[in-house]
Ligand binder design. Structure first.
Ligand code: DGL
Length: 277
């Protein structure tokens, strides 16, 4: 591997949600340096067309690749569903998205082979999880449901709120009737609503946090390739966003469970233009 082991891991998302993945990176890879990019000026991606998501994702990734990241984590499930192949074709660094690890973990946990997936419209319409699960196990039954309102509810901090319960009852009823035993939380924001989702779907259903699945896979990848930061400590962590960071700072505490420092606003288009010349 040509780049330095101390180089940061790059993590990007359509906005704030990817911080739930950073939380898992904190837990599983505490010594890795990191750079996060959140495209807060253009969020949400989950309601946009595939071509727009691919265009944005390539720009987001380019920004991080220019910062010499050694590996790229696509924290956004929407981008992972729609653009992972385009990113892998374009960039010559290891790229790990949410779909493959989440699908694998669900297959490891399910006993009945009946798996539910919830995510944004883009994630669900592209059938990324069901295709990946059935690629590995063609017998598995996968049932998918878009739950778009969970994103603003999580950002609003309505964690244990009657509006969130009402939305969950409405969205999850169908999956309950289909007798799934495993449910993939296929969106960055959904781990914030774990309690409500678990209460509504029932304690017999195992929830899969795609961030946990991805962090586990990244750890394994770094160990197997002898590519972990072996200096023994994290020495840098930077956050970039494409809009003013006020809301990002506010929500970070809830999504990440700690404060974020070293946060800068970047004009992505200007930045990419500058690099091209
Ligand atoms: N980060 C997105 C995801 O995981 C949710 C927010 C959005 O729609 O951009 O799918």
């Amino acid at each position: 591997m040509s780049s330095n082991k101390k180089n940061p891991i790059g993590i990007f998302d359509s906005g704030i949600g990817g911080l739930t993945v950073v939380k898992k990176i904190d837990e599983y890879l505490p010594h890795e340096n990191s750079i996060y990019f959140g495209d807060t000026a253009r969020v949400p991606y989950g309601t946009k067309s595939n071509s727009t998501v691919i265009e944005y994702a390539v720009q987001d990734a380019q920004f991080l690749v220019n910062q010499h990241v050694k590996l790229l984590i696509v924290a956004c499930n929407t981008v992972s569903s729609v653009a992972i192949n385009s990113l892998k074709e374009k960039f010559d660094i290891p790229i790990i998205g949410m779909i493959e690890p989440g699908a694998k973990m669900a297959l490891e946990k399910t006993k009945s082979g009946r798996i539910g997936v919830i995510g944004t419209y883009a994630t669900i319409n592209n059938k990324a999880y069901s295709n990946e699960i059935n690629r590995i196990d063609s017998e598995a039954k996968v049932y998918e449901k878009a739950c778009p309102l969970f994103v603003p509810l999580a950002e609003e901090g309505w964690i244990d709120h009657k509006a969130t319960y009402a939305a969950a009852e409405e969205y999850l009823q169908e999956l309950k009737e289909l007798k799934i035993d495993t449910l993939i939380l296929g969106c960055t924001h959904y781990p914030i609503l774990t309690k409500t989702i678990q209460d509504v779907i029932g304690n017999d259903v195992k929830l899969i946090d795609s961030g946990t699945a991805a962090a586990t896979l990244v750890k394994k990848y770094l160990l197997e390739n002898n590519y972990q930061n072996d200096s023994g400590k994290k020495s840098s962590e930077r956050f970039f966003v494409s809009d003013v960071p006020t809301k990002f700072i506010e929500v970070a505490q809830r999504f990440l469970g700690r404060e974020v420092n070293d946060i800068s606003k970047v004009d992505l288009e200007e930045e990419l233009k500058r690099i091209m010349h």
